[in-house]
Design a protein around this ligand. Sequence first.
Ligand SMILES: C[S@@+](CC[C@H](N)C(=O)[O-])C[C@H]1O[C@@H](n2cnc3c(N)ncnc32)[C@H](O)[C@@H]1O
Length: 195
Amino acid sequence: MDDRLRAVLDGLHRAGVEHDAVTPDRSNRYRNLEPDSAALLALLVRACGAQSLLELGTSNGYSTLWLADAARDTGGCLVTVDSDGERSGQARDTLTRVGLAQLVDLRIADAAQVLAESSDGQWDFILLDAERPAYAGYWADLVRALRVGGLLAVDNVLSHAEQVGAFRAVVASDPRVEEAVVPTGAGVLLVVRRS
Ligand SMILES: C[S@@+](CC[C@H](N)C(=O)[O-])C[C@H]1O[C@@H](n2cnc3c(N)ncnc32)[C@H](O)[C@@H]1O
């Protein structure tokens, strides 16, 4: 990552923390990934050589920038989805500013619908970072749309363990996948589809 992008990311994260601290309504917060988690996911994208990336939960684009930068190295591209047009617009502006916009298809849409419309095995990498109580309902399409050998990452599995309990149970009982939790940031669940 070049110094300019690093500086933009550092500033974005700092501003996000400050914004969220004075925003009582959580639906208006940015709720960006922790920097260590974002760095881990970008590293995994590079390690996997992921070409086809999906992010569910763009917010103002903090994690999107990390993933897009990694996709630039793998020769891949990223579809990122958020139901909120205003935050998505902020993400578009920042991606344009740092020269990553051409790698990213920003969609203002519902995560469930994008997953349902994904073809079998379409995605090499998926980041799920939206509304946690909905995750269990996404599972059938998540695993179907993930390529065999592909990687799914889910944030907040330690910080909000109770909200992802049903989802964790569904994943743990599915023989098509292997999983591990990385205790970085808010806790990142990594799931690999093996069949
Ligand atoms: C935790 S934030 C994402 C943070 C982002 N990944 C980052 O690190 O900068 C969650 C985002 O998911 C979006 N979201 C929640 N439910 C959604 C849904 N069903 N479909 C699409 N986006 C959704 C919210 O609008 C919010 O911007």
